[in-house]
Design a protein. Structure first.
Length: 461
């Protein structure tokens, strides 16, 4: 029997080691790393090997670490959002993003009480939100995989995912505020709207203040003065972390979940507000910590909290299949129908319908909060996570199937895929060495000919 500290270190070693390896395998197989990281958590959790390793649930130490990982993951999702991108967004993109969120949300909210018996209205709405979000980071990864990032359809899909995440986080916070309120429901709704509006206004006021300092050429002198007087190492990153925690604390103080605080804290940190140099420096440190530790650990912990035994029975399977069907079909129909209305071709519209069905970190963070607060039970949590895994796997496969209906469009996508940079690691698919060939210098790059120095005249004897 291991003592609690040793057990925690063993659990952390198994989860991190397994998540890193499984995430890389999933990436090499053309899937987001989160799929492998979630699955390794399922394997190491109560579904399979957990009873043999003592990892049948989250201990107090792992639970605290999960909260910290959730904050980092939400902050990372917020970093993908730029207020300037919202200001300059095409109205059709915003309308498509809103429709792709709200239509599946309403469809899921109608079906959840029918297949999960005993849930309240608010519980059904919470679960419906988690089934209706389009994952912004996963969308970015898919577009890179298809070679479509930076193209017209790529920019539109990123905007759609951005709008969906903003709406989901904001609506989730309002519903949580209402669900925990007492008294007149309309008064509670008004308080919830005012609380969320106050939080968002304060966040964007801070963002615009930073922009004002930059435009007035006051930001750079402040940064230089800070660099001269602050001698602690990585002081700017430490202040950023204080800001993140302060934002989450502010949202908790207003009676909102820390989801909205951590997410909108990331929205504040942009190249426009912080400056290109500071943004690059902070992002490099944060990316290393988040992608190298907190992200794989977060998804592995989500997998550990899943228990597939609970949905292996007939009722659980019916609920899972029903919600999976609604989650994929409602996203597809909303994306396909709205994209067609906004002038996209048939094959692109169908591909958009599939791609907006990808899931990711934000809905799993919401589901984790709901489980931790006792709002949903492990069965519902397992269904939410399992739906996310399957829907994310289906999204790129369905998009390629949609493009195959148009040979010219399919050929263009295949050409874009072949031109994207190769993956950094190819140990599962070792690439053949390039053929040897003579390096020919183009005429304009050839160095000018150098005349040999003249021979000295012969000496007289």
């Amino acid at each position: 029997m291991l003592d609690p500290t040793t057990q925690f270190i063993v659990d952390l070693f198994l989860l991190m080691g397994g998540a890193v390896l499984a995430g890389e395998i999933a990436t090499q197989l053309g899937q987001p790393a989160m799929v492998g990281q979630l699955l390794i958590g399922v394997v190491l959790g109560p579904t399979l090997l957990g009873p043999y390793f003592g990892l049948t649930g989250l201990t107090a130490q792992l639970g605290a670490l999960q909260i910290l990982a959730t904050v980092f993951v939400l902050f990372m999702a917020g970093l993908e959002v730029s207020p300037e991108q919202l200001y300059n967004m095409d109205l059709s993109h915003a309308a498509l993003g809103a429709g792709v969120f709200f239509l599946p949300f309403l469809a899921s909210a109608a079906v959840v009480p029918l297949v999960l018996h005993g849930v309240t209205v608010f519980e059904a709405l919470y679960i419906a939100i988690t089934l209706s979000i389009t994952a912004l980071p996963v969308m970015g990864l898919m577009l890179v995989e298809f070679g479509l990032s930076g193209t017209r359809i790529g920019k539109m899909l990123m905007n759609v995912a951005l709008v969906g995440e903003l709406l989901a986080v904001t609506v989730f916070s309002i519903l949580l505020k209402m669900g925990t309120g007492q008294g007149n429901p309309w008064v509670t709704l008004g308080i919830a709207f005012v609380s969320v509006a106050l939080f968002i206004v304060v966040m964007f006021l801070i963002h615009n203040l930073l922009l004002l300092l930059r435009n007035a050429r006051l930001w750079e002198p402040l940064v230089k003065q800070f660099s001269r007087t602050w001698h602690s190492r990585q002081g700017s990153f430490a202040i950023l972390m204080v800001m993140v925690v302060g934002s989450t604390l502010f949202s908790q103080f207003l009676g909102l979940t820390y989801v909205i605080g951590a997410f909108y804290a990331g929205v504040l940190v942009t190249r426009e507000s912080a400056g290109a140099a500071a943004h690059t420096s902070i992002s490099s440190i944060f990316d290393a910590m988040t992608w190298g530790f907190f992200v794989p650990l977060f998804f592995a912990l989500v997998g550990v909290e899943m228990n597939l035994h609970l949905i292996a029975m007939v009722a659980g399977l019916i609920a899972f299949v029903s919600l999976l069907t609604v989650a994929i079909l409602s996203k597809f129909l909303a994306g396909w129908g709205l994209a067609s209305q906004f002038g996209w071709g048939e094959s692109d519209a169908r591909a958009i319908g599939f791609m907006v069905g990808s899931r990711g970190a934000v809905e799993l963070a919401m589901a984790t909060i709901l489980l931790t607060d006792g709002i949903i039970q492990t069965e519902a949590f397992t269904i939410i996570a399992a739906v996310g895994i399957v829907a994310t796997i289906v999204a790129p496969i369905g998009a390629m199937w949609a493009w195959k209906g148009d040979p010219a469009r399919y050929a263009a996508v295949e050409k874009s895929k072949s031109e994207r940079p190769p993956p950094a690691m190819t140990w599962l698919r070792p690439a053949a060495p390039p053929p040897l060939r003579e390096h020919v210098i183009p005429p304009e790059e050839k160095p000018p000919a150098v005349e040999p120095p003249p021979l000295p005249p012969p000496r007289k004897r």
